[in-house]
Design a binder for this molecule. Sequence first.
Ligand code: ASP
Length: 308
Amino acid sequence: MKHLLGIKDLSPQTIEQVFTTADEFKQVLNRPIKKVPALRDTTIVNLFYENSTRTRISFELAQKRLGADTVNFAVSSSSVSKGETLIDTVQNILAMKVDIVVMRHSASGAPHFLSRHIDASIVNAGDGTNEHPTQALLDAYSIRERLGSLSGKRIAIIGDILHSRVALSNIYLLTKMGAEVAVCGPATLIPRQIEALGVRVFYDVKKALQWCEVANVLRIQLERQSKPLFSTLREYALYYGIDRALLDSLQKEIVIMHPGPINRGVELSSDVANSGQSLVLDQVENGVAVRMAVLYMVGRKETTDSGT
Ligand code: ASP
């Protein structure tokens, strides 16, 4: 794997390989010494043009656990504020002999654009409303771990589907791996013709929860909404928020997921987020092993290339 730009272009075999590699790294992470020297000669820069908590820390930990040299680039204190272009910024960083760029950007397609202009490997850590491939990989890995497999499982993605890169990457990945996928939210937050991606659509959250075994609940992305798409957060919570009473009314136990950050009391009530049904912290834990697997697969190719 030269880059990881999105799930769209990955084969089911490559996805399975990420999972089995992550299985190995998860064992490493549970040892007293949580490090392997697999990327000892690799330098990685984390280029985050958009805010992040989990993803940035998770990537950085994954890099350190693999023995890579890492540099963090903070856009706010960089020359980007002096008007430097993306390509110039990255070319200057690469001149310092960097092998892999982990990149988050608010513009959809930014990592794809960069991959056509530079030689280093690029790992997409979220591009605008397009894809967030490592989030989808860790989500699917966590479902596989809890339910044993993905094939034939019913997963409902609930909330702001329109603005969510997590939704799109999850849809690509889960359908490729043979799961049944549905999306659910207010009509204004569901992209038109989303059925063409092989998913079903629910507008009633209770029906979606009755249908599924796993509900992956997404944040309302107010920062990406240029016009109001529902009246108030309170009203959204009333119709689409998931609380204990709603889960109890299903008469079956489903798994609850959320990529974070959670708006407690909006998309999930606190007791649901903290309950045994919630996979939220397993997702975060698995994120490090899955990102180690991705970096190893991308970095290993680099090593082979330079050796031939
Ligand atoms: N952390 C995820 C992302 O970067 C989800 C979110 O922000 O709601 O897309």
